[in-house]
Design a protein around this ligand. Structure first.
Ligand SMILES: C[S@@+](CC[C@H](N)C(=O)[O-])C[C@H]1O[C@@H](n2cnc3c(N)ncnc32)[C@H](O)[C@@H]1O
Length: 241
């Protein structure tokens, strides 16, 4: 069972997003689990305040280290061991499918820490955070959406969460390329027809067409990814056609 603990000032957001659909059903089947933890429950001040003004001046507030550290300690105690801890931060390394694979492979339980306001006291990060992850070069108001994105990307790689292995390996980013275009019924919609090859029933040709579309898309949309692909003779022929 893969377990993710999410430390957040907004615990309802976790259940609302992960509690439904594929991930929610995988939890019901006992393949994965997740739990939201409220750092406010670990404050030591009367007002249950979780943040304060930044030393050195400037706008906004910074989350205290102490409630975060005590909340994390409670999670590790519940787990009976130290857990790999990730702080979601726009200043972190950008998350990729390779990170999702690594987290799914190397751990069976992780903690995701959501910041808010101006972020969290750096001393908490220095003391307890193993890695800082960003979900892209933009800034959100809180770490909840990034944490849910990371949790979803990791959970769907856990064996048994998706119906079969191809659901995972056939997707964009798995092998460094983007996925081919997909179609469903009807065959003609608003005057647009499904590519004929997909209706042919010729599996080998469909496979070639999909590979070609995947390579062309990657070349056009993500030249940075295309450059890193290792193309074989068959791929080069497909691209030349
Ligand atoms: C407004 S942001 C803080 C930004 C921080 N002062 C900075 O400039 O790097 C508040 C919180 O949202 C989360 N966050 C915002 N953008 C993010 C991103 N791109 N990736 C991961 N987390 C993000 C982090 O948890 C962060 O502590």
């Amino acid at each position: 069972m893969y377990h993710i603990d999410i430390m957040t000032l907004f615990p309802d957001s976790v259940e609302a997003v992960l509690g439904d659909s594929i991930i929610g059903r995988a939890r019901e089947r006992g393949i994965i689990n997740f739990r939201a933890w409220q750092p406010r429950d670990y404050t030591t001040n009367k007002q249950k305040q979780t943040d304060d003004y930044p030393y050195g001046g400037g706008r906004g507030c910074v989350m205290y280290a102490q409630p975060l550290a005590d909340c994390r300690r409670a999670i590790c105690e519940a787990a009976g061991r130290e857990l790999h801890t990730i702080y979601l931060s726009p200043a972190g390394r950008t998350f990729t499918q390779q990170d999702a694979k690594r987290l799914a492979r190397e751990h069976d339980r992780i903690i995701l820490v959501c910041g808010h306001y101006e972020g969290v006291d750096e001393r908490f990060i220095e003391a307890y955070v193993d890695e800082e992850i960003s979900i892209g070069d933009f800034v959100l108001t809180g770490g909840e959406l990034p944490a849910l994105a990371v949790a979803d990307a990791v959970f769907r790689l856990v064996p048994g969460v998706l119906p079969d292995e191809e659901c995972v390996t056939d997707e964009s980013h798995w092998d460094g390329a983007l996925e081919y275009p997909q179609y469903t019924r009807p065959e003609i919609w608003e005057g647009r027809a499904v590519p004929e090859i997909l209706l042919s029933g010729h599996h080998a040709n469909i496979k070639k067409w999909r590979r070609k579309m995947s390579l062309l898309r990657t070349r056009d949309r993500r030249p940075d990814m295309f450059e890193k692909l290792t193309l074989d003779g068959e791929d080069i022929k497909l691209l030349e056609k």
